[in-house]
Design a protein around this ligand. Structure first.
Ligand SMILES: [Ca+2]
Ligand SMILES: [Ca+2]
Length: 492
């Protein structure tokens, strides 16, 4: 009796082992329903100036909006690192920056290390039978070829310097940083994002013998804010509304917050506001133009998917790697622990889903990895620190975490709950904002005695330890505080 049970168990194990891989040999509807294709759309530096998120009243993003109208729009989604490299390292590894130590731009691939080897998101899908393809900017600091079976068209992971960059403001001190705006080049077909969409469309028109994971990474609205004139024409300059700002907004934040958030190489509010908001309006116009341009490229890819045989068997995720300040808190920059820099668009559409819903629970890009393995029926990766969003896709009010964290420079964390933003700096200083009454985070409540209980609860959600800087991190300090910080932590 015991022996026959063992035989049955062995047979079952064998069937389980063979079953899934056999079904992946051909992308039949049955296999595809079990293991759907993934269309993974990453946008660079797109904040909440998207129609469906309401971050700017003049945003024109019909394609992202129609995607949101089909699935789940997460309205309280945040990056784990408010710059490209750390954010992407986190979402591709499924690990927090305070676990990996990738708090700033890495200069090489994480996957060279045994602990990450083969474990980054697309690699994991490839190991489980998926055909992986990537174009444009997906990782930061290393090449697409290292992550995808098929990478193109140029195989680059980031925007190429030179060539298409042209500076329109040669006499201002930050021209070295690419913060510039203007109508350039003359036609869309000269934009790398247009080429990336073309490449993705070509691959959606091909026949694939296994479920695919297609990653498309768009560069805009990352600086420089350059797109052809026709996108600027949608936003007449005299109609532009600049975001509401207070000149004295930083008067109530701790000293370390002012210092860590200093961006001397980027435009400041005074420059923007001089001459009746002259540069402010130009900057806002350019960011909106870039956003509408990238939305158009998203639309081209979505249209191609809809016209393809994969339309009914493909899961779509769209997100940005972090947000961006456009003048708020005296900065035109990412690099921050406030809402503008951490909040991102995040949309998940399951195959054949066609009912737009919203979820305001605190989620992060770190949740993408476990969500995708869950929805694609791949084995869960135990090391993943995020959580599958499936419970929220089924019920936006399901039991969930209290707050999601964003880390900027080792030991400095922001937490976002459904209602509050709490920031804790390495010297113990704090900020607290109540989004129910203060969506612009103008009034720091951290020193109000009546907020003591809220702060006590949020402190418990802070990371319990901060890994040392990963040795791939070699950034140039962006301000004097950073120079001291890097020296203290041996980063050079
Ligand atoms: Ca970015
Ligand atoms: Ca303030």
């Amino acid at each position: 009796m015991k022996e026959s049970l063992q035989v049955i168990r062995r047979l079952l194990t064998l069937l389980l082992a063979v079953g899934p891989s056999a079904s992946w040999l051909v992308s039949t509807p049955v296999a595809a329903a079990e293991h759907p294709n993934v269309l993974f759309i990453a946008i660079d530096d797109l904040n909440d100036w998207v129609g469906c998120l309401g971050g700017h009243p003049q945003a024109i993003t019909p394609n992202i909006d129609r995607l949101a109208a089909r699935g789940m729009l997460f309205t309280n989604a945040h990056c784990q690192g408010p710059i490209c490299g750390p954010s992407r390292a986190s979402l591709l590894s499924g690990l927090y920056p305070h676990t990996t130590g990738v708090y700033d731009q890495p200069n090489r691939s994480l996957w060279e290390e045994p602990r990450f080897q083969g474990k980054l998101l697309p690699q994991y899908f490839a190991q489980h039978g998926y055909h992986t393809m990537g174009v444009g900017k997906i990782p930061h600091g290393y090449l697409l070829e290292e992550l995808f079976a098929v990478a193109g068209p140029k195989g680059s992971s980031g925007p190429k310097p030179g060539g298409r960059f042209h500076y329109f403001l040669p006499d201002v001190p930050w021209t070295g940083t690419q913060t510039d705006w203007g109508a350039f080049p003359d036609v869309d077909s000269k934009m790398p994002d247009h080429e990336a969409a073309d490449w993705a469309i070509d691959h959606l028109n091909k026949q694939h013998s296994a479920p695919f994971f297609l990653a498309v990474g768009f560069h805009r609205p990352h600086v420089p804010f350059y797109v052809p004139q026709k996108w600027f024409d949608k936003f007449p300059l005299d109609s532009i509304q600049v975001p509401p700002v207070h000149d004295d907004d930083l008067d109530d934040v701790p000293e370390i917050s002012r210092r860590i958030h200093e961006t001397p190489k980027y435009p400041d509010l005074k420059f923007l506001q001089d001459d009746d908001d002259k540069q402010f309006k130009l900057c806002v116009q350019a960011y909106l133009a870039c956003t509408t341009f990238v939305d158009h490229q998203v639309g081209r890819v979505l249209d191609a998917l809809r016209a393809s045989p994969y339309a009914d068997y493909t899961l779509i995720v769209l997100f940005s790697d972090h947000g961006y300040h456009i003048g708020e808190k005296n900065r035109v920059s990412k690099h921050g622990l406030w809402e503008e820099a951490t909040r991102v668009p995040l949309i998940v559409v399951r195959p054949n889903e066609n009912s737009g819903r919203q979820c305001d629970q605190p989620v992060g890009l770190i949740d993408l990895y476990p969500t995708l393995t869950d929805l694609c029926e791949l084995p869960h990766v135990e090391a993943n620190e995020g959580r599958s969003l499936r419970p929220l896709l089924d019920d936006p009010d399901a039991e969930w975490r209290t707050a999601i964290s964003t880390t900027y420079a080792k030991g400095n964390h922001a937490l976002r709950s459904r209602r509050y933003r709490y920031i804790h700096f390495e010297d113990g200083s704090e900020e607290l904002y109540d989004h129910e009454t203060d969506p612009h985070e103008w009034t720091n409540l951290a020193n109000r005695p009546e907020m003591g209980d809220i702060i006590m609860q949020l402190r418990k959600e802070l990371p319990k330890s901060d890994a040392p800087y990963h040795d791939s991190v070699h950034p140039g300090p962006i301000n004097p505080w950073y120079a001291e910080h890097f020296k203290k932590h041996g980063v050079n």
